[in-house]
Design a protein around this ligand. Structure first.
Ligand SMILES: C[S@@+](CC[C@H](N)C(=O)[O-])C[C@H]1O[C@@H](n2cnc3c(N)ncnc32)[C@H](O)[C@@H]1O
Length: 242
């Protein structure tokens, strides 16, 4: 498994973080508007607690808008939680396995996963996704990306600035769950599984998708309702096809 995990994941705290957070609510609303159904074989990589989009996909399957919903979740605590909701769930690590049950897929979705994948494994992750997509199939991912940087030191500084901005936004918008989360990151008391430490820029993301031979790459900045430096916060919805 590529994510470093030091302590047991607190599912209740992670769920609270997602469910009480206006950014994730806004992102989920936008995604629900943008994903066009019906879709036949659908895969989600990294379901986590299932609160962000997974439960929505399960409802779409129940409503016959998705023919078959598959998911993979390699982290034990998240797997146990996801198993309570997802029928076709595997423990597959998207990097080490080249075959996912149910492939080739019409649509692959992944939210806040790539930032947890080591830099030298991101390309393998993306190539695996593309190779398991049908021709013209869609890959959609959501992640937070940092601004353009000059070198590795500058990248580290931009990551820190990025988290400071997240902490500032949380304080300004009075979102207690986010304040605790981003403060713990800035103070470095946070576990890697939460952090998503291996952040890349918009340019890196485009270049990796191109190297993985994706086509029709679209990288869209998410902007919430209130006035803020949304580019600095850096939430993006990314779409590419095989
Ligand atoms: C921050 S959680 C996000 C969970 C969920 N998508 C959400 O938005 O709430 C990060 C997720 O990335 C998954 N992940 C990290 N590395 C992975 C890999 N190599 N293969 C599959 N999933 C991975 C973890 O298992 C975890 O579910």
């Amino acid at each position: 498994m590529t994510t470093r995990k030091k302590k047991k994941i607190d599912i209740v705290a992670y769920r609270k973080l997602l469910c009480e957070n206006e950014i994730s609510k806004g992102l989920a609303k936008t995604l629900k508007e943008q994903i066009i159904f019906p879709i036949e074989n659908f895969l989600e990589i990294g379901t986590g607690t299932t609160d962000f989009m997974t439960k929505h996909f399960i409802i779409e399957e129940r409503n016959k808008n998705i023919s078959k919903f598959y998911a993979m979740e390699p982290v034990d605590e998240y797997f146990e939680e996801s198993k309570r909701h997802v029928v076709r769930l595997s423990r597959t690590d998207a990097i080490t396995q080249e075959y996912y049950g149910g492939n080739p897929f019409d649509f692959v979705f992944s939210a806040f996963v790539l930032n947890h994948v080591y830099p030298d494994q991101k390309l393998k992750f993306l190539k695996n996704v593309r190779e398991n997509l049908k021709r013209n199939g869609t890959f959609m991912l959501v992640d937070s990306l940092i601004p353009t940087y000059k070198n590795e030191d500058d990248r580290k500084q931009k990551v820190l600035d990025h988290y400071k901005l997240q902490a500032d936004y949380a304080k300004k918008s009075k979102q207690d769950c986010l304040i605790k989360y981003f403060d713990s990151i800035v103070n470095k008391s946070c576990d890697d599984v939460w952090l998503g430490n291996y952040k890349i820029s918009v340019e890196d993301m485009r270049s990796l998708l191109e190297k993985a031979r994706f086509k029709n790459i679209q990288i869209q900045l998410f902007e919430g309702k209130d006035k803020y430096d949304w580019k600095g916060l850096g939430y993006y919805i990314i779409r590419a096809s095989n």
